[in-house]
Write a protein that binds this ligand. Structure first.
Ligand SMILES: [Zn+2]
Length: 142
């Protein structure tokens, strides 16, 4: 959502993940304390953040704060499905690809050249944008 190049590993070989993070200059976000004890991590060759707690919003806040990320400036520039950079598409280009209601009400579209998914600024986008704005302001009092 925030437009940062991300790669998900789930239950794969940890050594492979760490090696790939090093090769691709990625920051590992993990709940696994064993990853944090690896030599490449303790020596600073691979950056890693031990994610705290179970609340996803607090977790995102931790990542934003620790890495000093900007949640808004590059928001929605990458495909949410496959991480590929999105490109702008004209209304004419997507006429046959989006539902009629969307075509009538939306003028700006983005497309993923890799998986061909089409994005527009509908209600889901608005909800996500509000969420990102909230992350800019810091923790909310509940
Ligand atoms: Zn895609």
């Amino acid at each position: 959502m925030m437009g940062y190049d991300t790669r998900l590993f789930s239950g794969e070989n940890d050594s492979h993940m760490v090696a790939l993070a090093q090769k691709e200059d990625r920051v590992i976000l993990t709940r696994d304390t064993q990853i944090m004890k690896r030599r490449v991590v303790t020596s600073g060759q691979v950056a890693a953040i031990l994610i705290e707690g179970d609340d996803p919003e607090r977790q995102i806040r931790q990542v934003i704060t620790t890495l000093n990320l900007d949640p808004q400036s590059r928001a929605f520039t990458l495909c949410l499905e496959c991480n590929h950079p999105l490109v702008a598409r004209s209304k004419d280009e997507v006429a046959e690809l989006v539902p009629p209601y969307v075509f009538r009400t939306q003028n700006q579209y983005m497309a993923c050249p890799s998986c061909h998914r089409i994005y527009w600024r509908g209600t889901h986008w608005q909800a996500m944008t509000e969420k990102l704005k909230a992350f800019m302001k810091g923790p909310t009092e509940n």
